[in-house]
Design a binder for this molecule. Structure first.
Ligand SMILES: [Zn+2]
Ligand SMILES: [Zn+2]
Length: 357
């Protein structure tokens, strides 16, 4: 870098990785009193090796041999670093194997090459298949493993250093049993109605948007702990269709029978039969948005409808909001935009959704 040959700046390549470094020598160019500036990556890598670097600076006859020495130190550092954090002491493996042995190898669906992530299978009493993913910490069993499962409730298990895989699996089975009624309720809805949302319900999903007729649907939120109780209901569609349904719901709500299924109760209180895959095509209900001409916009489906009984055109909330906002004739009050339906020019309003703000 300079005429005096006291400042050197450049890259050190170790295992195809480049590390920026700078060496500052004193005016007498004595290596012993040299200063080394490193990039943060290099610093991180040399952490714990500082004394070796210092020693090499003291002992190396010249700059070139020092750099070669430094390269060796880094080679060793790079080789040992990523592994020393992932390789566990031998008893970790013997402990884990014996735990799998006790549980039964037939329950093991998957194990990664580092023996860190396991997938166990479980079947509930209604013969539904479930998967429990377990990520062990290197200090297993002293530290609680991370558990993941497709459940509507948290898999709360108190882990102690004495806990093992068998106990974890048993706990998972208990949680599954406590949810069988919830899944029975939803499975019935899923097989006898057209579900508009979620697109592919998972075992964790508690919400269903069920098609009633074209552009009319009901959103129900089933409580996993009390699945047969009256769920939270929300009717979606044009006012002239939704109002009579809402009136029936309010008038018949007292006859909700907690011993019967949610689907049967919904049929009774709304006094309707839901269109089902046996009687209708799904395309009857998945009407596209009148602005973007598609059905799904990211995850959203058209859930705003023109309230004019002769129009009833559905729109995505985001599309309608953007459309009305650009019209000079529309006006906004707080988060509601008032304007005209792009199809029939009758008054229409749209609320700006919280996440669009
Ligand atoms: Zn749209
Ligand atoms: Zn309209």
């Amino acid at each position: 870098m300079n005429k005096d040959k006291t400042v050197y700046d450049g890259f050190l390549t170790v295992q195809e990785k480049d590390f920026r470094m700078r060496i500052l020598l004193p005016p007498d160019r004595q290596l012993k009193r040299a200063k080394l500036h490193c990039s943060w990556k290099l610093k991180h890598l040399l952490h714990g090796y500082e004394h070796i670097v210092k020693q090499r600076l003291q002992q190396s006859p010249d700059l070139v041999s020092f750099i070669l020495e430094l390269k060796t130190v880094l080679e060793v550092g790079l080789k040992s670093r990523p592994e020393c954090s992932s390789i566990s002491p031998p008893h970790y493996y013997s402990q884990l194997i014996s735990e799998i042995e006790t549980l039964g190898w037939d329950k093991l669906l998957f194990i990664d090459t580092e023996f860190r992530t396991l997938r166990l299978k479980a079947e509930d009493s209604s013969r539904r298949q479930h998967i429990l993913t377990i990520k062990f910490q290197s200090k297993h069993p002293a530290e609680a493993p991370e558990c993941l499962a497709d459940l509507p409730v948290p898999l709360a298990m108190t882990w102690t250093p004495q806990s093992n895989l068998q106990q974890l699996h048993n706990h998972f089975l208990l949680v599954l049993e406590s949810l069988t009624e919830f899944w029975d309720v939803l499975d019935e809805i899923d097989s006898w109605t057209w579900i508009l949302e979620p697109e592919k319900p998972s075992r964790a999903d508690t919400m269903r948007r069920i098609a009633i007729e074209n552009n009319v649907s009901i959103k129900v939120e089933v409580d996993p702990r009390h699945p047969k109780m009256l769920p939270e209901c929300f009717l979606l569609g044009a006012e002239h269709v939704v109002t009579p349904l809402r009136n029936k719901l309010n008038a018949n709500i007292h006859s909700w029978n907690p011993n019967s299924s949610v689907l049967h109760n919904l049929r009774d209180v709304l006094e309707i039969t839901f269109p089902s895959p046996a009687t209708h095509e799904k395309s009857n209900f998945s009407t596209e948005c009148g602005i973007c001409y598609s059905y799904r916009l990211e995850a959203a489906i058209p859930d705003q409808v023109c309230n004019d009984p002769r129009c009833g055109q559905p729109f995505h909330q985001a599309c309608l909001y953007e459309w009305l906002r650009t019209l000079p004739s529309s006006r906004q009050s707080f988060n509601i935009v008032f304007g005209e339906c792009p199809y029939c020019s009758k008054p229409i309003t749209v609320k700006m959704s919280a996440q669009k703000r």
